[in-house]
Design a protein around this ligand. Structure first.
Ligand code: MN3
Length: 258
């Protein structure tokens, strides 16, 4: 039960309101100019906490696209470490653990590399698990999401090719994204390391132009596929389409209207 009357909670709400106003006039509370950044974290029922949530299926549920051992190590070691390290960094940098993680990411340039790497790492993996489900024949989006994909990318196949290319061409470790930009246009991009489209990266940094609300996330770090696919990242991506949870992507897409 959330205690809205507690001093800490009131302070958080006051700071949130102050933050929203600051964003509204294009200024950060420190007085630094922001690049017309929208308060994306206000999509309230999509907010992410700092704790790792249970995996929504068993480790072997995505066989034979992603093997059980990869899922177990990925979830219980790699992803668990991002959450643990994020909480450590948050304490060290006086970040209120009741803050939605999206709000921290939207102001990531204020924080350390540890918050950026682990905050992104935790957020991205929480999203990634939800973006998958057991293999389904003819797996594809439908309805208004499919129409939007066709409108933005020409066809579902053209979208898949462009998205897969983003993942395949990411040098080193990173992610491929389908996201909605600040005009709610669908875009595809790849980010390095654990960066994501929610982050307000300084203009000079790679990926600073990728800003919006993430709809679909693909982890292309080697730890996501190496046990089964070794150096064949392209095969991992091609197979991954079979386990994409389009119902979940649709839920996120529907939030754009609100
Ligand atoms: Mn990973």
């Amino acid at each position: 039960m959330t205690d809205y009357s507690s001093p800490g909670r009131r302070k958080f709400i006051a700071n949130s309101v102050k933050g929203s106003l600051a964003i509204g006039i294009g200024m950060h509370s420190s007085g630094k100019l922001l690049q017309s950044f929208q308060p994306l974290h206000q999509k309230h029922d999509m907010q992410t906490g700092f704790d790792q949530q249970p995996l929504p299926y068993a480790y072997d549920a995505l066989e034979n696209i992603i093997d059980a051992m990869t899922m177990e190590i990925h979830y219980s070691k790699h992803a668990a470490a991002y959450s643990k390290n994020l909480k450590e960094a948050a304490q060290a940098e006086s970040i209120n653990l009741n803050t939605p993680l999206e709000a921290v990411l939207a102001n990531i340039s204020q924080y350390s590399a540890k918050v950026r790497n682990n905050g992104g790492g935790h957020y991205n993996h929480e999203l990634f698990w939800q973006c998958m489900r057991p293999k389904k024949d003819g797996n594809a989006p439908s309805g208004n999401l499919l129409l939007a994909i066709e409108k933005n990318f020409g066809s579902f196949d053209a979208f898949k090719k462009q998205f897969a290319d983003a993942g395949k061409s990411r040098f080193g470790s990173g992610w491929a994204w389908l996201y909605a930009d600040q005009q709610n246009m669908l875009k595809i991009a790849s980010t390095a390391n654990q960066d994501n489209p929610l982050m307000n990266l300084p203009a000079a940094q790679p990926g600073s132009d990728i800003k919006g609300f993430p709809l679909l996330a693909l982890d292309v770090w080697e730890h996501a596929y190496y046990l089964k696919y070794q150096n064949k990242r392209a095969d991992y991506i091609d197979n991954w389409w079979n386990v994409v949870n389009w119902d979940y992507v649709q839920i996120r897409f529907d939030k754009l209207k609100g």
